[in-house]
Design a binder for this molecule. Sequence first.
Ligand code: G6P
Length: 489
Amino acid sequence: CEKPDARPLRQRLLVVANRLPVSAVRKGEDSWSLEMSAGGLVSALLGVKEFEARWIGWAGVNVPDEVGQKALTKALGEKRCIPVFLDEEIVHRYYNGYCNNILWPLFHYLGLPQEDRLATTRSFQSQFEAYKKANQMFADVVHQHYEEGDVVWCHDYHLMFLPKCLKERNNNMKVGWFLHTPFPSSEIHRTLPSRSDLLRSVLAADLVGFHTYDYARHFVSACTRILGLEGTPEGVEDQGRLTRVAAFPIGIDSDRFIRALELPQVQEHIIELKERFAGRKVMLGVDRLDMIKGIPQKILAFEKFLEEYPSWCDKVVLLQIAVPTRTDVPEYQKLTSQVHEIVGRINGRFGTLTAVPIHHLDRSLDFYALCALYAVTDVALVTSLRDGMNLVSYEFVACQDLKKGVLILSEFAGAAQSLGAGAILVNPWNITEVADSIRQALTMTPEEREKRHQHNFVHVTTHTAQEWAETFVSELNDTVIEAQLRTRQ
Ligand code: G6P
């Protein structure tokens, strides 16, 4: 029988992210209903057999009372999730404020929100204090659950202060940090009043990862130019201590999408969609309703296409799925109204009594409906103004092995570096170029489509999310071993 103190065979991995991979709905004083969400990170870690992953994060709900907290902690425990409870005030200043109104736009080169630039400048310090406080709260929970030998993997821009907080509590902890957004040029990063604190804190990690080599290079430049540290091919060195910095491009669980296409419920959706849009080419956009996704620019480019090539007006439809997100942040509220206004105007201008050129939905679709939509699409439009990677482009490619549709992809998405050879790359700010690319995609020969699709399909099915997670964690283990050997020498 197992000794009580025996370590599990698999290494424990504590995955720390702002948001837990569940949505929690309160059903009563001490009862909760939970639904696991199947984001990229979840499927990546489900596929990794050699680690036993536990999640630490915010459940996305305010739970002020102890009874509710206890019940939620218990329910989440069954899903290997551990909650960090953040009160409304902290959420407002840390999540809506510092994370989503400051870091997010800045890291995507959108600058600070235009209209309240001064107000933002004034409230900056208080939001940064809340950010640090929230990161300390995450660190407390990690510290409580940490066991020697665990690997701690921190995720994203919400938790840049976490590596430092963790190492202060236990310098032997193996800590990795991965950024899911772009890391901007050092010239942009240096405008942040808290620029140095954030860099120094991230550098406390043993391994720092980005989606692309460019983001890693920007980070190293920021450390050399702002902190005056030394950049080496391995990372950043500070007084003999090396923080390894490298690129680890994420992928998707491509098999999950490919297998789903065979399911009867997906096949039914496919038949319905084909009937509904018979005789028209289907163009698709799937985005969170976020400024970085360039939805207004995309729709204006589609309008330009209809203007320039009017014979296509009744032969094409654009389906735009815009999933609401961060709805408490004013910039996002403004964006929603802006998109509605543009869509209404274009449908009024080009629609007929029986058909409109744009179907815009302000909601998410379930996984099966989404797979069906990907499968019937002729042209996918991923025209983010900036995007860390963009996995919609990967999901589309995974579902297109029969149809071999065309991907129009922004050169400012991380995915352009991996799918660039198969996609038509565009500058999303140039609506004439995007309009011409739409025409090119709709009139492309089957041979050309096949060649381009094949290139992307091979990439998407061989660079999976599981492989990404395994590579990062084993590199983190190796990095720590190498550092120990170096200090012993
Ligand atoms: C991006 C971020 C994630 C975040 C997601 C959804 O992909 O990199 O960390 O979870 O957006 O945003 P939300 O604010 O709803 O968590």
